[in-house]
Ligand binder design. Structure first.
Ligand code: SF4
Length: 380
């Protein structure tokens, strides 16, 4: 019987401080009052107190900056450090990355999550080589034409590498700016987000752009990551505390305002962990879209009944249930129930397995792109 499945899934406690901006009636007025003090104070602070030793700093190489920006999306600095080093060792230039096999890129990305980033990264490298002669475009506008590069990532690359006067607006920066300006617009609205982007642009340095733009961009990132944190911002240590309208209001943590909450959902899946007596495991490549897109994975079923239905009766008795566990994705909790099936070489041949998979020994699967829970089960 062919191994088929019916459904493939596929504050600070500081007292309020009066500032002259507290009654500013409109965003333009607020930002005008903050210019140029905000950028000057931020640049000064970055020089003396910001982060300077991360491996993607102190360079104007767009390849390195781009790689770090993509890896840092939704991922902590501490997690990215090892991946970044390994990637650069294996792919020192954008040409090396463009020439890589997709499986190798996904393999090196394995465990970092959000695998569409890895696929876009590879596609982007190929486009840089094919369309731009191996050189990244030098403006945020043109950078955005490449796969996986959105407005904020493009702005980061353009400001760090080419000193373009353009604003980044990632989660950390939105938090800093909405607190700084006591921005009461709801960021669930695109129009309000555009207004905030306009304010962010107004606040950028206007002189000495070659040096100050990279430092300003790094400074606002550093401020959001280390001082103006989501909970309990360290306003006493903040270089712009005397300018901050959020602090003056007495409740900076009220900002940013965003009413639309992420909807979480749950999904239960059964996994067939088929293993040969020589230790090889059966892995199939997942469809490119959907959960774990493009990665190698145990066969996935909507439930135990469907898993059983896909096996010959003679093998069903040999299944061993592995304790189920929950794997948390951004929008979804995956409840995973693996069923292990250890086979001698002969019964393994008796399984008519689909063509999009294969048996992989440890030396082979260890370098593949695997979902984090599968790699953990395998002990890799
Ligand atoms: Fe506090 Fe500075 Fe953030 Fe304002 S910008 S809330 S003063 S940490």
């Amino acid at each position: 019987m062919a191994l088929t499945r019916t459904r493939r899934l596929g504050v600070s406690s500081l007292p309020p401080e009066k500032t002259s901006f507290a009654d500013m009636p409109d965003p333009a007025g607020v930002t005008a009052a903050l210019v140029p003090a905000f950028s000057a104070q931020l640049v000064r602070w970055q020089k003396s107190h910001g982060r300077h030793s991360l491996p993607w700093q102190n360079t104007r190489d767009p390849y390195r900056v781009w790689l770090s920006e993509i890896m840092l999306q939704q991922t902590q600095v501490a997690t990215v450090l090892d991946y970044y080093t390994r990637f650069l060792q294996r792919f020192p230039t954008v040409v090396d990355l463009a020439l890589a096999k997709p499986d190798e890129v996904l393999g090196l990305w394995s465990g970092l999550g959000y695998y569409s980033r890895a696929r876009n990264l590879h596609r982007c490298a190929q486009d840089v080589v094919r369309l731009h002669g191996g050189q990244f475009p030098q403006t945020a506008e043109r950078l955005q034409t490449l796969s996986g590069i959105g407005p904020s990532t493009a702005a980061a690359i353009a400001s760090f590498c080419f000193s373009e006067r353009v604003a980044i607006l990632d989660g950390n920066v939105k938090r800093v700016l909405t607190r700084l300006t006591a921005f009461s617009g709801d960021l669930a609205s695109n129009a309000q987000e555009r207004t905030l982007l306009g304010m962010a642009t107004e606040l950028l340095p206007r002189r000495n752009l070659r040096e100050d733009m990279p430092r300003y961009t790094q400074g606002i990132m550093d401020l959001g990551a280390t001082i103006c944190t989501s909970r309990q911002p360290s306003c006493l240590l903040c270089p712009v505390q005397t300018l901050c309208l959020g602090l003056a209001s007495g409740a900076p943590e009220r900002f940013p305002i965003k009413t639309r909450k992420l909807k979480r959902s749950a999904l239960s899946l059964s996994l067939l962990w088929a293993e040969r007596s020589d230790g090889a495991v059966w892995l199939e490549r997942r469809p490119v879209t959907g959960i774990w897109g493009g990665l190698y994975c145990f066969p996935v079923f909507a439930g135990e009944d469907e898993l059983l239905a896909a096996l010959p009766a003679s093998l069903q008795d040999r299944l061993q249930a592995v304790p189920p566990f929950v794997h948390v994705l951004t929008h979804k909790d995956l409840r995973l129930s693996p069923m292990r099936l250890v086979l001698s070489a002969r019964p393994a041949r008796a399984l008519q397995l689909p063509e999009d998979g294969a048996w992989f020994g440890r030396d082979d699967w260890i370098v593949l792109g695997l979902p984090a829970p599968i790699r953990k089960l395998l002990g890799g």
